[in-house]
Design a protein around this ligand. Sequence first.
Ligand code: ADP
Ligand code: ADP
Ligand code: MG
Length: 463
Amino acid sequence: MTAGLKSVLIANRGEIALRVIRACKEMGIKSVLAYSEGDKDSLPVRLADQAVCIGPAPVNQSYTSIEAVISAAMAYGVDAIHPGFGFLSEKPDFVAKVEEEGVGFVGPSAEVILRMGDKIEAKKIARKAGVPTVPGSEGAVADYDEAVAIANEVGFPLLIKASAGGGGRGLRVVKSADTLEKDVSEIMSEAEMAFGDPSIYIERYLTDIRHIEIQVISDGENVIHVGERDCTSQRRNQKLVEESPSPVLDSKLREELAASAIALCKEVGYKNAGTVEYVFDNIERKFYFIEMNTRIQVEHPVSEMVSGVDLIKLQLKIAGGGKLDLTQDDIRLSGHAIEVRINAEDPERGFAPGPGTITHFHAPGGFGVRWDSHVENGYRIPPFYDSMVGKLICWGNDRDEAIARMLRALDELHIEGVTTTANFHKMVLDSEKFRSGEFNTAYIGEMMEERAKAAEAAAAESA
Ligand code: ADP
Ligand code: ADP
Ligand code: MG
C-alpha cells in the first residue's frame, strides 16, 4: 500500500474513537466506526462518516470480538483498521488475522506485537539492544522453587509480573518470603484467568522511582522520538496525571533515554507509533526499561502539545505506506504540557466507578486548553467499559503556567450527575508535592491515606 488510506475502520469507542475520526476527517480519509449497542447514541457514532453496529454492549461480543471487527472491515471494504488503545490493540492473534485478510493495520506487524507484548521476551530484546532492564529473573519463573532461588538473588521487596499483563493489572509486590508461595500461585492463576497466559517473571521492586516513557514513531526506516512523558503520578500502578517534559531529567539523561528507545525500536524493526516505558530510580538517577506499548497511548496528547506533531495522523500516514517527512532535527519541543484523566470514579470511595447520566456538562476552553472527550449533556455513561470520560490537557510556556492553566480549566469543567475525579486532580495539582516536581510513584497513595486519616480524626472529634 503506497497510495495512502482512503478509508479506515475504527475498532474502539469513546474519546480515542473521536480522536481518530477527527484525524481522518482532516486527512480526507473516510471513517467507519465499529460500535456496540451500548454506544449507539454516542458522539463518535454521529461524527463518523459511517457507523456499523458490531454487537451487544459486552466487550467480548463487540469490541474484543475478532470476528465481529474483521467482518465489519470486510463488509465495508476499508483499507485499514485503527484499534485505538485497550481492546484488540495489542492482540497479536487479531492483527495476524487482519494481515491474513489483506486489510491494513494502523500499528506494527503481528510479529512485533507478539514479541513486544510478551514482557519477558521484550526484556530479552531490550538487553540485546543494550537497554538497561530492572534486575530480576532472566526469563519466566516456572514455579515456587524457582521463585525462591530468584528471590535469594534479588531480595525483598520484589515484584511478580504477569508476562501478558497490562493496564496496571498482573502486578504483585511481595514484601517477604512468608507470602511468596501463596503470591506466586495466586498471580499465576490470576494471569491465566485475565490474560489466558500464566507466565510470570520477577523484578526487584524499586521503591523510590518515577515512570518515564519515550514516544517513538517509525516508518520502518526512519525512527524518531518526540520526547518523554513523565507518568509518575499514579495510583496502584495506574497513571492519573502525565506531563512532558519530565521535571527531573537533565539533557544528558534525556538523550540517553531517547537513544535507548530508538535502539530498541531498531532491534525489532518497529513500525508506527509506540511507547518505550522505563522506571527511573530517583536515588541512583538511573533508568531501567520495563515494557513497550505497541499502540497509541492514552496520554499521547501531552507529546503532541509540546511537539506540534499530530501522532494519529502520522500513524495513518505510515499505515498507508507513507514515510515520515520529518527527521529528528525537525522536532522542536517547546513549553510544558500536563494531562489529567477525568474518570467517572469517586476518589472518596476508593475510586469506585460510578456510571450514570451526565445531567449538566460544560467543557473548559481558552488558550492552551485541550479537551479530548466524547461526553455531552445528557450522556449516559455505560457500565460496560472503562470509567474514563475525558482527558484535559493544558499547555504552558513552562511548568508553572501549565499548572495554573490546568487549575483554571478544571474550575471551568462542569460535569453534574456523576462523580468524577476532577476535584481530586485539583487537589493533586495544587499540592506542594506536585508543584515541587519532586515525587515518586507512591506520593498519591500517601496523600490519599493522609486525607483518610485526617477525615477519620475529624469524625472522631465531632462524635
Ligand atoms: P496507557 O498505557 O495508554 O497509558 P493504560 O495502561 O491505562 O494507558 O491502558 C490503556 C487502556 O487499555 C485502558 O483502558 C486499559 O484499561 C486498557 N488495557 C491496557 N492493557 C490491557 C490489557 N492487557 N487487558 C485489558 N485492557 C488493557
Ligand atoms: P502495565 O503493563 O500494567 O502498564 P508496567 O510494567 O508498565 O505494567 O508497570 C506499571 C507500573 O508499575 C509502572 O508505571 C511503575 O509505576 C510500576 N512498576 C513497574 N515495574 C516496577 C518495578 N520493578 N519496581 C517498582 N515499580 C514498578
Ligand atoms: Mg505500562
